[in-house]
Ligand binder design. Structure first.
Ligand code: NDP
Ligand code: OXD
Length: 319
């Protein structure tokens, strides 16, 4: 039997977590973890597989013979822009735990806004016992942009919480109990949306899509009047000066942002301080590193036994 190709690991995750997860991963092949200084000038030619997240720009010139590239996350924008990316299959990370985490984050943000949590935190700090008029989830329509793996799971869980849910995607979807819009039906979707959730990949088409014009088309008929914007997709899809202006002028009533145009978010960004804004540091659905390696191992097993790879990225559309 021919020797099994090693796997290159180039992940800008928490190094200790990667090391821990590598114990027992890929049991029948060598793993070259590029975070280990011992591999700094290692010859990477002849190697078939790489698992990458925010790789060094010289990875593909160092490893010219890759047959498959695995993204360390569900999004692949960071891989597609790497210099010298070879024309080989690119597999993204689709995983139960990642999906669960994103839905937890989305449901949490919708509930924080629904239950006016910031207002109660402020009152609690002032030892103020005061109730606010409280709508219920069924009074709010959550519109999810992006009905892929994450968007559809988030919708299911929002529905369980009682929110009315609608969705928008590139191709038309049919989801029980959910009004689905596609492509040029965006305005009709926005007009019904009280809380807007972004779960889109970053592509040339979605760059800057969350902008002043889009915010101005959201519903103002919800129980709080002004709509709320929640983005767990990619920061490149949002125009932050427009979000700020919309929050300041009341076009938006609040926001939850996990992703930003530039990460980490600048220390002097006004978003940190705004009462109506929840900021999280791109952690809505961090990859479970052990699950990532099992997924890559499983896909390599499929390929080497003649089965097709799953979760392939369509390079033409960018996700
Ligand atoms: P999928 O590829 O499964 O779904 C993407 C969805 O977006 C699809 O419904 C797709 O439409 C839709 N879409 C793409 N382009 C357009 C467009 N131009 N117009 C309308 N709809 C469009 O991705 P996932 O659900 O797995 O992940 C979504 C994104 O979430 C990732 O790409 C990543 O950027 C982000 N993410 C963020 C994380 C975080 O921690 N903040 C963690 C994980 C992911 P169609 O169904 O027609 O193809
Ligand atoms: C991802 C992410 O794309 O964590 O998986 O952002």
């Amino acid at each position: 039997m021919p020797a099994r190709s090693p796997v290159i690991v180039d992940l800008k995750f928490i190094p200790r977590e990667v090391e821990e997860a590598l114990k027992g991963a890929f049991p029948d092949r060598e793993v070259i973890n590029l975070a280990d200084p011992a591999h700094k000038s290692r010859d990477l030619s002849g190697i078939d597989y790489a698992v990458v997240w925010k790789s060094d720009p010289d990875l593909f010139s160092r490893a010219p013979d890759l047959k498959v590239v695995f993204s360390g996350g569900a999004g692949v924008d960071h891989v597609l822009t790497l210099p010298g990316l070879p024309d080989v299959p690119l597999v993204r990370f689709v995983d139960r735990s990642l999906t669960m985490r994103m839905s937890e984050w989305v449901v949490l943000q919708c509930l924080l806004h629904l239950r006016q949590h910031r207002a109660y935190e402020t009152r609690a700090r002032a030892h103020l016992w005061e109730d606010l008029s409280q709508p219920e989830a069924a009074d709010v329509t959550v519109g999810v942009m992006g009905l892929g793996v994450l968007g559809q799971d988030a919708i299911r869980k929002l529905s369980v919480m009682g929110f009315r849910t609608i969705g928008w995607s590139r191709s038309k979807k049919s989801i029980d109990g959910v009004e689905c819009f596609s492509g040029d039906e965006l305005d009709a979707f926005l007009a019904k949306t009280d809380f807007l959730v972004g779960l889109l990949p970053l592509t040339p088409e979605t760059k800057g899509i969350f902008n002043a014009t889009l915010f101005s088309r959201l519903s103002r008929k919800g129980p709080f009047g002004a709509p709320v914007f929640i983005n767990g997709g990619r920061g490149g899809s949002q125009v932050e000066v427009d979000i700020l202006a919309a929050l300041q002028s009341g076009v938006l009533g609040g926001a939850s942002l996990d992703v930003f145009e530039r990460e980490p978010l600048a220390k002097d960004s006004p978003f940190w301080e705004m009462d109506t804004v929840y900021v999280t540091p791109h952690v809505a659905a961090s990859s479970d590193v052990r699950a990532l390696f099992s997924h890559a191992e499983h896909q390599i097993g499929r390929l080497e036994s003649g089965q097709p790879l799953q979760h392939l990225v369509d390079r033409k559309v960018g996700y």
